[in-house]
Design a binder for this molecule. Structure first.
Ligand code: NAP
Length: 349
């Protein structure tokens, strides 16, 4: 049978392009694959793959990070939702659906299953609102958990505080804003198109939203929405936006540095000029990785599933069709092509 794969061609020091990846079609014999399986391994059919900004970092020949770089000429790794076809692991059986690290290909042999999670819908009753499998890459996956851990643990929110979220309609941002609203905060978000701004205001429940690309002065825009200052900034983009936010922080404000997507492809990052605010306004600015908070994952799944099923939150996905479309879907993250969580459907469930 054929096993299509997306291959990472080699390291780059600019914004990723579709041609940095290539489609390889190879033939595999499933019988051979199964015969050579080692104890603990599973063979899966990949159903959905996740496109995430952190993957850009793996396209750089830089080893001093929390995750190693991709290997040139090798298949790309990433989060996925996959169906188990064969198992030599007592924790998984054929027919199970799992989520965790897999590869950008149709069929994968997964050796390291420690990070895999079984998607178990057996407790759902007939009346519960169904959760799409692909949501385990977004709302109930790594990005959703990033929003949950970042907002509750790093931002230390209080009812009534004012919250600003950049990349606010994306995989992480859209949940941060909704959790902040549920917490009783005043919430403003920014995004890069009129359509996304409309979604922020009319679907995701933000109090206000603006298009940062058409605002002539970010500082003035933020002053308009936060006349008394920003208590919490959930930082997703970095660069000039961070500088403008620093000028508008309230005393004892918190900045949760989740990511800086505007900086990932620059060889010289944008210098930040207004850090003195951290002193004058006694602001706490803290970077974090969702993986440091994994003990909270079960509580996150319980809380967010309940919010979703009770209709208290919604989630927007951008679904591309076919493994072939994965490079374009990934590249689009860095120019704001995605509307919501970017996922690729590889095969029917
Ligand atoms: P996303 O928001 O779904 O997609 C990326 C978005 O970033 C784009 O849609 C675009 O939205 C915006 N963007 C792209 N280039 C930009 C630029 N030059 N300037 C300003 N905005 C730009 O991505 P996500 O998965 O939710 O990730 C959001 C952030 O969280 C990223 O920085 C990511 O690295 C970080 N993250 C961190 C952790 C952690 O553990 N710390 C975990 C997951 C994600 P617009 O249309 O709004 O421009």
């Amino acid at each position: 049978m054929e096993n299509k794969q997306i291959i990472f061609k080699g390291y780059i020091d600019r914004a990723p392009e579709i041609t940095d990846m290539e489609l390889r079609k190879s033939k595999i014999s499933m019988r051979e694959v199964v015969r050579s399986m080692e104890d603990g391994e599973i063979v899966v059919k990949n159903l959905y793959l996740s496109c995430d900004p952190y993957m850009r970092g793996r396209m750089r020949d830089f080893h001093n990070s929390y995750i190693p770089p991709f290997q040139p000429s090798s298949v790309i790794e990433g989060f996925g939702v996959s169906k188990v076809l064969h198992s030599k692991n007592h924790k998984f059986k054929a027919g199970d659906v799992v989520t965790g690290f897999t590869a950008w290909e149709e069929y994968s042999v997964i050796h390291n299953t420690a990070q895999l999670r079984l998607i178990d819908n057996s407790d759902d009753d007939d009346n519960s609102v169904p959760i799409p499998l692909s949501y385990h890459l977004g709302l109930l996956g790594m990005p959703g958990f990033t929003a949950y851990a970042g907002f509750y643990e790093v931002c230390a929110p209080k009812k009534g505080e004012s919250v600003y979220v950049s990349a606010a309609s994306g995989a992480v941002g859209q949940l941060v804003g909704q959790l902040a609203k549920l917490h009783g905060c005043y919430v403003v978000g920014s995004a890069g198109t009129t359509h996304k701004v409309d979604l922020l205001k009319n679907k995701l429940g933000y109090d206000h939203a603006f298009n940062y690309k058409t605002e002539p002065h970010l500082d003035a825009s933020l002053k308009r929405y936060f006349p008394k200052g920003i208590d919490i900034y959930f930082e997703n983009v970095g660069g000039p936006m961070l500088d403008a936010v620093l000028l508008n922080m309230a005393i004892h404000g918190r900045i949760a540095v989740c990511g800086m997507v505007s900086q990932y492809s620059l060889s010289t990052p944008h210098g930040i000029h207004n850090l003195n605010t951290l002193v004058s306004k006694r602001v706490r600015m803290q970077g974090f990785l969702q993986s440091d908070y994994l003990t909270l994952f079960p509580r996150f799944v319980e809380d967010v599933t309940a919010y979703y099923r009770q209709g208290k939150i919604v989630y927007i996905e951008d679904m591309n069709e076919g493994l072939e479309s994965a490079p374009a879907a990934f590249v689009g993250l860095f120019s704001g092509e995605n509307v919501g969580k970017q996922v690729v459907r590889v095969a029917a469930e």
